[in-house]
Design a protein around this ligand. Structure first.
Ligand code: SF4
Ligand code: SF4
Length: 350
């Protein structure tokens, strides 16, 4: 057990008493100090959700129960993920000076082809509203490319399990790989490109993905899309390209009308962390779950994901749910407004 603890801490590059994703992410965040100016969060922006459960010991966490075969299958996933996230973070050295900010349709087509060839499920674009930037963070550019990857249906349906946990880690690894590949291509073409670190990040990826029209956020707080249901992960690449083909309509917001009648995730959550109804937040987003209540179970049970596995959009698929759902005009609406122009200001000068 001691060896597992030490091994995971070494991979994460942290010196805490136990493995700490939050400490690892904090080392990536420090790269932001390389920038004179960053697009700032809104005064009402929420903080990034913490992964760590402060009062759990390592012995309480599922990681302490990993068997040797599980560790041996986890390492080839975890090591490349860690390496790719470090590569993403190193691109925030503040040195790249982009000569261009307008992309041709040919460039956008090549970017999308590259994303799909590399394994992305989808790719969209957004002008990042300041209310989606986490408190005390900032981003180098105000536009973003949003990419998603799909996770395996069988493996995710077994959640909470080691197989589902490993599949999630693979999803993050793929996101980091694709994000870095696309960012290098964008830079070689003369555009600014800063990939998010797949896990954690500087902005609320789910919120951004909904604004970009990829899908809708369900009552479990996860994105629901036509092809993947809830079996997906999201990453961003911040860029200075000002003429990306940004979609302004979202055809998926009916999903929350269905959620208002379904609430299967709420009933199935073992620690009742999912609210009966999402709560609108001051930043324009909505709070779907009590993260403090979710976190301990999550850290003790392979990252849980029961709410993902049991959602009808995962089990039955988006189209089948849509066909069967007749609409409910009385259902609550929590559509998230897109804020106007983000303002560029120096970090720490507010
Ligand atoms: S389980 Fe039901 S209520 Fe929960 S997110 Fe899925 S569709 Fe919505
Ligand atoms: S991950 Fe598990 S504990 Fe957390 S909200 Fe979903 S079902 Fe509940």
């Amino acid at each position: 057990m001691f060896q597992t603890n030490q091994l995971l801490k070494t991979i994460m590059g942290v010196s805490n008493a136990k493995p700490s994703l939050d400490s690892m992410l904090a080392t990536f965040d420090r790269e932001l100090e390389n920038f004179q100016t960053l697009v700032q969060p809104d005064s009402e922006s929420k903080p990034r959700t913490a992964f760590d459960s402060p009062h759990l010991t390592f012995d309480d966490m599922y990681m302490s129960r990993l068997t040797l075969p599980q560790i041996l299958s986890f390492l080839p996933v975890m090591l490349p993920l860690r390496m790719r996230m470090s590569q993403s973070a190193r691109m925030y050295d503040g040195k790249f000076q982009p000569p261009h900010s307008l992309a041709s349709p040919e460039f956008v087509a090549a970017l999308e082809n590259m994303a799909r060839s590399a394994g992305a499920a989808d790719i969209r674009y957004v002008r990042v509203p300041r209310n989606t930037i986490f408190q005390h963070k900032g981003i180098p550019n105000e536009y973003a490319v949003i990419i998603t990857v799909e996770m395996d249906e069988d493996k995710m349906s077994s959640a909470p399990s080691f197989d589902a946990f490993l599949e999630v880690a693979k999803g993050y690894g793929n996101l980091a790989r694709i994000g870095n590949q696309l960012a290098h291509f964008m830079r070689h073409s003369g555009f600014a490109a800063y990939p998010g670190t797949a896990l954690g990040g500087l902005t609320d990826y789910t919120h951004l993905a909904e604004i970009a029209g990829l899908g809708a956020i369900g009552y479990h707080g996860l994105l629901i899309t036509p092809n993947e249901g809830t079996r997906l992960r999201i990453n961003t690449i911040y860029t200075n390209i000002t003429n990306l083909p940004i979609q302004t309509e979202n055809e998926h917001l009916w999903v929350r009308d269905f959620c208002a009648m379904c609430k299967k995730c709420m009933r199935g959550c073992p620690v009742q962390a999912i609210y009966e109804q999402p709560r609108p937040r001051g930043d324009g987003g909505m709070q779907c779950i009590d993260h403090a209540a979710c976190r301990d179970y999550f850290n003790q049970n392979y990252g849980c994901a029961i709410c993902l596995a049991k959602c009808p959009f995962s089990e039955m698929g988006y189209e089948k749910v849509k066909v069967r759902f007749k609409g409910n005009p009385k259902a609550p609406q929590f559509r998230i407004p897109v804020e106007t122009l983000p303002v560029v200001r120096a970090v720490g000068k507010e």
